[in-house]
Design a protein around this ligand. Structure first.
Ligand SMILES: *Cc1c(COP(=O)(O)O)cnc(C)c1O
Length: 390
């Protein structure tokens, strides 16, 4: 593995640094590195591997599709994209239309263009949240409220006004009838799995209704069962105008989705937007398999039950470094009393668990939705020693 890491360093751009492990294969919630060591995967490729690794439903759907037709471009339509769009609208229980992309950032680029198209020229700016993350391409990056990753790449040709996440008052002040849209995550994922105060999304909906701005919810990390419901906005009974999805939807295959509800579904005219690979049949087949499996195996209830037991187990540990747990379902942050998440991540890896130091004082868990109680409990049992070592 050290040889592979050296070759990585020599051949691949330095933007990721050199990751600590080379993963060679996976099965269920376990992954093996290039040296044959096994780990319990509690991060799931950043909330992507919803059904774990090499799930038979995904393997079969992808294999069958790639052996049938792998690509059509958007010069031709195909059944998997239509089926998936219908399925997503059914799950959203909404009247709308779907645009397919290949990643989260592209889904947000589509959403950004869509709300601009709908708003017309008089609505000159958009509002987004400090600490928010919407992607790395220039439009989505302009919306991203983490200054350290946004500022080096400016200036942006976009008027984006940032408000503190969770403050209804700040939204009230920032959103006027000149505002095209408000972009929010229902819980800030890259920000450290930070849920907003109760009622925040409902207040955002109200403020958008009063001013005519679009409410765009970025459910790229929170959607598709991650929190024990299909979409996190459901918990607050809030209906957005535009929703973006990616990560867990494809079960490891790349896909991004922008859903426009009501009039936003038809705001694009022919020629307004496109993607050569977007809605690729193989990715759509994988996504359909993910959705079917979540339904068939009752995974939403499972996520709620296992996630609550996992959080309760962590919260019951007494350690001066541990200050709490946040999040819901199988999307949690272990909150630390000191900025030692990198040390916790490394100690966990030593002990055979993959977790993610998402913020200096927060360790993110986003395991496959199929993780068993026993697997989750094995991490809880190992955590006191991991914290001591950190
Ligand atoms: C990961 C993420 C994105 C970007 O997705 P990519 O597929 O990496 O482009 C955007 N928004 C949120 C909330 C995310 O978690």
């Amino acid at each position: 593995m050290s040889d592979l890491r050296k070759r990585f360093e020599a051949a691949i751009m330095p933007n990721y640094g050199v990751p600590p492990l080379a993963l060679a294969r996976g099965e269920g919630c376990r992954v093996w590195d290039a040296d044959g060591d096994v780990y319990l995967d509690l991060i799931g490729g950043i909330a992507v591997s919803a059904l774990g690794h090499a799930h038979p439903a995904v393997v079969e759907a992808v294999s069958a599709q790639v052996a049938t037709i792998a690509h059509t471009s958007n010069l031709f339509l195909h059944e998997p994209e239509v089926l998936l769009a219908e399925r997503l609208l059914e799950l959203l229980d909404a009247d709308g239309r779907v645009f397919f992309a290949n990643s989260g950032t592209e889904a947000n680029e589509a959403a950004y263009k869509l709300v601009r198209r709908h708003a017309g020229p008089d609505r000159t700016y958009v509002v987004a949240a400090e600490g928010g993350f919407h992607g790395r391409t220039m439009g989505a990056l302009a919306l991203t409220g983490k200054a350290a990753i946004r500022e080096p790449f400016g200036p942006y040709g976009a008027d984006v006004r940032f408000v503190p996440y969770g403050s209804v008052e700040a939204l009230h002040e920032a959103v006027t009838d000149r505002c095209a849209a408000v972009f929010l995550e229902p819980t800030q994922g890259e920000g450290g799995v930070v849920p907003p105060p109760e009622g925040y999304l409902a207040a955002a909906r109200r403020i958008c209704d009063e001013t005519g701005a679009a409410l765009v919810l970025d459910e790229i990390q929170s959607g598709i069962g991650r929190t024990g419901v299909w979409f996190q906005h459901r918990r607050e009974g809030v209906r957005p105008d535009v929703i973006t999805l990616a990560k867990g939807l494809g079960g490891g295959l790349p896909i991004g989705v922008c859903v426009g509800l009501g009039p936003y579904g038809t705001a694009f005219s022919k020629g307004d937007h496109g993607s050569t690979f977007g809605g690729n049949p193989v990715s759509c087949a994988a996504a359909l398999a993910v959705i079917d499996t979540i339904v068939k195996d009752g995974l939403l209830e499972h996520v709620t039950a296992v996630g609550d037991r996992l959080a309760d187990g962590i919260a019951a540990i007494e350690d001066p470094l541990l200050s709490g747990v946040r999040g819901s379902g199988l999307w949690r942050a272990i909150v630390l009393a000191e900025p030692k998440s990198a040390q916790v991540e490394a100690a966990a890896r030593e002990a055979g668990f993959l977790v993610n130091a998402v913020a200096p004082d927060a360790v993110r868990l986003a395991p496959p939705l199929i993780i068993t109680d026993e697997e989750a409990a094995s991490f809880v049992a190992a955590l006191p020693e991991i914290l001591r070592k950190a």
